[in-house]
Write a protein that binds this ligand. Structure first.
Ligand code: FE2
Length: 429
């Protein structure tokens, strides 16, 4: 009889299948069936809990993470004070400090079931300390976490005099993806020109593009239109992502009715960052105060691929966060009013398979032949996982358990007899 490396028994799948078994060997999923009877080096009894492919974070800043309070706190809480605070930290932090913080964050991310992260790395530093540090981190974590790096000119690829040269150097050193920040350039025209130049650069090198695009409440910040145009012109459909896209929230409806089909035609990916943008946007408003999220239901309806990113954890822009993509999905669901059963389930896709598509991850999923990368959650289905921000009972990479946590169950004695409360016992059947 064949001996598998690992069998998970009696688990539920994100697509609604219940009571399934998954067998793994050689780092791959080799069977997904009911009632697998075989030997295995390790057996996990899932007890009707949900197994998902790993969470994927398609937008993060690993060069800044866990730096909260260094050299000082962001008092106003705004995006712009965050950028200037980051400008104070960059010259005084060492490569070793960036590496140490990033590795600690990767440990946290893995424990929370994240299997891949796309991180922007600021190239507006002539020493390229962040680039050097995160390339080292990418090497070190490669066997347990896929790290994709974006060359990100935080201070503007034209606005900062050495940013373009630094960006080229970063790509030459091995950074994967071309980034940008058109709304931060000096003028609308410079912003549009930056999108054109950076897309041409990426196309020449055969790279993907992921721009911070229109992270602004200005309804006239329309660089996403240029990004769609350049993507189509250069034949880069499916390889370009627009991150944040918050100005779309404030745009005129008529204009958006033209814009979204252009985005769909260019096969752009959209990456809203719900936690950060609900915190940072609308800061110039009194009341009513705008929400800080792009038009997720409308993008979804146009079949545009949308993946939610976490963006920041404990850094100059955001004091909170714990690498919990279910927290991100929970916020994205609320801000986007995605409250139907199918929309809530879609929010789980937006932190798993949609983002895997953005990153172009191969072998992602729970099919026979997929990589044996999974997370066992203390929840029976995807909606319950979001509702509970479910405990990650086991994180599996290449068919091996690399992180475990105990289920959250409370013991109490209120009516003269002991009871236990398991948060998963309240879901509708
Ligand atoms: Fe960002």
């Amino acid at each position: 009889m064949m001996t598998f490396d690992l069998i998970l028994k009696n688990i539920n799948l994100p697509d609604g299948q219940r009571g399934v078994d998954i067998a793994c060997s050689g780092g791959l999923i080799t069977a997904v069936e009911h009632g697998i009877e075989a030997e295995a080096k390790e057996v996990i009894y899932g007890d009707g809990h949900l197994v998902s492919p790993p969470f994927i974070d398609p937008h993060f800043h690993m060069d800044a993470t866990l730096s909260l309070g260094t050299p000082r706190m962001n008092v106003s809480g705004t995006l712009l004070e965050g950028i200037s605070l980051w400008g104070e930290l960059k010259p005084v932090q060492s490569i070793d400090q960036i590496i140490e913080r990033a590795l600690r964050y990767c440990d946290l991310a893995v424990s929370m079931g994240i299997g891949a992260i796309r991180s922007h790395v600021d190239v507006c530093d002539n020493e390229l300390k962040g680039v050097e540090a995160l390339l080292e981190v990418r090497n070190q974590v490669g066997h347990y976490l896929d790290l994709q790096l974006v060359a990100f000119p935080q201070d503007g690829v034209f606005r900062d005099p050495t940013a373009y040269d630094n960006l080229i150097r970063a790509l030459d050193m091995g950074i994967d993806i071309v980034g940008g920040i058109p709304h931060f350039e000096r003028s609308m025209q410079d912003g549009a020109d930056s999108v054109k130049a950076l897309c041409e650069l990426a196309e020449n090198r055969g790279l993907m593009v992921d721009m911070h695009c229109d992270e602004s409440d200005d309804p006239l910040s329309r660089h996403i239109e240029t990004l769609a145009y350049e993507t189509k012109r250069l034949g880069m459909q499916g390889r370009v992502a627009g991150s944040h896209l918050t100005s779309m929230h404030s745009m005129d409806n008529y204009y958006v009715s033209k814009l979204i089909p252009l985005m769909a035609e260019a096969e752009l990916h959209a990456i809203p960052n719900p936690l950060i943008n609900i915190m940072l946007q609308g800061r110039h408003d009194t009341y009513p105060k705008r929400r800080g999220q792009t038009r997720v239901p409308e993008l979804k309806a146009a079949m545009i691929n949308v993946g939610f990113g976490s963006d920041c954890v404990m850094d100059p822009w955001y004091s909170l966060g714990k690498a919990d993509m279910l927290d991100v999905a929970h916020m994205g669901l609320h801000v986007g009013q995605l409250s139907s059963r199918s929309d809530m389930a879609w929010c789980f896709d937006a932190v798993t398979q949609n983002s895997a598509k953005i990153m172009g991850l191969e072998g992602y999923g729970l099919k026979k032949g997929s990589k044996a990368n999974m997370v066992l959650l203390q929840a029976r289905d995807t909606i319950e996982a979001i509702r509970l921000r479910a405990t990650r009972l086991a994180v599996i990479r290449s068919g091996k358990v690399i992180a475990r946590a105990s289920p959250v169950v409370s013991s109490l004695n209120l009516r003269g007899r002991p009871e236990t409360v398991d948060p998963t016992q309240y879901a509708p059947d």
